[in-house]
Design a binder for this molecule. Structure first.
Ligand SMILES: C[S@@+](CC[C@H](N)C(=O)[O-])C[C@H]1O[C@@H](n2cnc3c(N)ncnc32)[C@H](O)[C@@H]1O
Length: 256
């Protein structure tokens, strides 16, 4: 998937809010090393470095486009262009932080305990992932994919939600943790402009579908999804679009 940092950052304020909410739940402790997994365009990595200026902060990111943007936004981060699926750091980190990235990786039952093993004893794993996959914004992408001439090209992308119930993450992490805090927040996002929910998903979940299609077919897919999603999220009298968005958070301290 090709990431477009500019499209992603169109809603940077709304996307930054959960990153900051997660960061605020990480307790104060002596942090010498941080790994920001799926660090994106670096706007969150920068905040990690601001909070722990003496720590070495590594930005682990798979997209060349995002790494290029990140190096400009956060030059004092150690950028590693690397697929998280094969990430095997040489040392454990005091803090492993990940905002809005781990839902792109499969098999969370194996992934989360493996990540906790990469946290130093007493250190923290802090993760936020969207859990909005059963909302119209996301379901209508799959519905559009299965209802058009493009179906055979994109139907393999229509899959069950990648993020499980909160209880699964508790069951995976509690045996490895001293303290664990898991919660969900649904943000009522107030968006401006025309069809902003389409513009939102175009920066993330819709991109995988559009990447596969070309030219007129790609435009037709985007338009067909756009019609559906604009009916699901009509503008209010003030011309704003209310887009509720649920997110799952966890902060777990590894056993010493
Ligand atoms: C929605 S963005 C979040 C970026 C950043 N954490 C933030 O909060 O602004 C998700 C990021 O995860 C990265 N990503 C997704 N799957 C990945 C993988 N398997 N390996 C490395 N990076 C990945 C994407 O390239 C993208 O930059």
């Amino acid at each position: 998937m090709v990431w477009d940092p500019q499209q992603y950052l169109k809603f940077s304020g709304h996307r930054l809010r959960p990153a900051v909410d997660l960061l605020m739940r990480v307790p104060d402790f002596a942090v010498r090393s941080v790994a920001d997994l799926g660090a994106g365009a670096g706007n969150v990595s920068r905040l990690l470095k601001e909070r722990w200026p003496d720590a070495v902060v590594a930005g682990v990111e798979g997209s060349a486009e995002m790494v290029a943007a990140g190096k400009k936004a956060a030059p004092d981060i150690q950028w590693q262009q690397q697929d998280l699926a094969s990430w095997q750091p040489a040392q454990a980190y005091d803090l492993i932080y990940s905002n809005a990235a781990l839902h792109w990786l499969p098999d969370h039952a194996a992934l989360f305990p493996a990540l906790m093993q990469k946290v130093a004893p007493g250190g923290i794993l802090a993760v936020q992932m969207p859990r909005n996959f059963l909302a119209p914004s996301h379901l209508l992408i799959g519905e559009t994919a299965l209802d058009g001439p493009w179906r055979s090209k994109v139907e393999h992308l229509v899959a069950p939600p990648p993020v499980a119930e909160p209880g699964l993450y508790h069951a995976l992490l509690a045996p490895l943790s001293e303290n664990i805090d898991i919660w969900e927040t649904e943000y009522l996002q107030v968006l401006e402009g025309d069809n902003p929910v389409k513009e939102w998903t175009k920066g993330t979940w819709l991109t995988r579908y559009l990447d596969i299609l070309q030219g007129a077919e790609k435009a037709a897919f985007e338009a067909a999804y756009g019609v559906r999603v604009t009916h699901a999220y009509p503008k209010n009298a003030a011309g704003q679009t209310l887009f509720p968005f649920r997110r799952l958070f966890m902060v777990a301290q590894r056993k010493r």
